[in-house]
Design a binder for this molecule. Structure first.
Ligand code: SAH
Length: 244
């Protein structure tokens, strides 16, 4: 029986892969990877390494999670070193915990290898610090993927009245509802918002707006994209570096 490495691939720029992840990728017998993991990383694998794509992005799963869990398990019965490669960090909306539990229940050894999460690195590449002295003392990372049932919001909107920076992952398709909700709980219509598309990649694009107009400005941006809400967005003007 092998060991499964639940590994973060970082947000896109291949140089944001950790040294630890790169070491294990070079030793892997099989790599099971997602759509969000930069496929150039696979070129680092040794000859003969097997590749399995279980591409999923947002809620559009190519394979249901249960089948991915089972596939990882079956590969651990077959190979010594199984790398499960995920975009960003495996435990930030990455479902790495579910995969770990599935393996634990079947007595398969596993390790987590943290990755650079898009939640922090993508705003950073756009010149937006998630905290900044004198502006905000904390940030939240939230799923923007709401339940289809409008009466059953997963997001405790009432908690978001504070000045915390809010980073919404998986939220582009809900951008309109998200901005409406934040206005409803009392944030000013002119409150700053950024949408960052394909962050840390060569085609990264940042659109800056307000709760009122960001939807019209950013709705057609390509995914993956994340949304940053907060006064720190204004720092983009002085701190932008990667896109210029
Ligand atoms: N585990 C990942 C997040 C998985 S959820 C991490 O730690 O980064 C997937 C969401 O992450 C996407 O819907 C998008 O909101 C965000 N995301 C991931 N990579 C991104 C990128 N390069 N640019 C912008 N958003 C990204």
């Amino acid at each position: 029986m092998g060991t499964v490495y639940l590994t973060g691939a970082g947000p896109g720029d291949i140089d944001l892969l950790t040294v630890k992840a790169l070491r294990i990728i070079r030793q892997a017998d099989v790599i099971i990877y997602d759509r969000l993991a930069n496929p150039d990383i696979l070129a680092e694998a040794k000859d003969g390494c097997a590749f399995i794509y279980v591409g999923k992005e947002d809620s559009h799963h190519t394979l249901p999670q249960e089948e991915i869990n089972e596939m990882i398990y079956q590969n651990a019965l077959k190979y010594d070193i199984v790398v499960r490669l995920k975009g960003g960090d495996p435990l930030v909306f990455g479902r790495g915990g579910e995969e770990g539990i599935y393996l634990h229940e079947r007595n398969i050894k596993f390790e987590f290898i943290p990755g650079v999460t898009s939640a922090i690195a993508v705003p950073e590449y756009a010149g937006i610090p998630v905290t900044h002295r004198g502006i905000t003392v904390s940030f939240r990372v939230v799923t923007g993927h709401e339940s289809k049932d409008k009466n059953r919001s997963q997001i405790p909107w009432e908690n978001y009245k504070t000045d915390d920076t809010i980073i919404f992952l998986m939220g582009l398709h809900n951008l309109k509802q998200i901005t409406q909700k934040l206005i409803e709980i009392g944030k000013p219509r002119g409150y700053p918002v950024a949408v960052i598309s394909r962050g840390t990649r060569a085609d990264e694009k940042t659109v800056i707006g307000t709760l009122e107009d960001i939807y019209e400005k950013a709705k057609d941006l390509p995914t993956p994209a994340l949304i940053v809400v907060g006064e720190v967005v204004n720092l983009h003007e002085q701190l932008t570096w990667f896109e210029t």
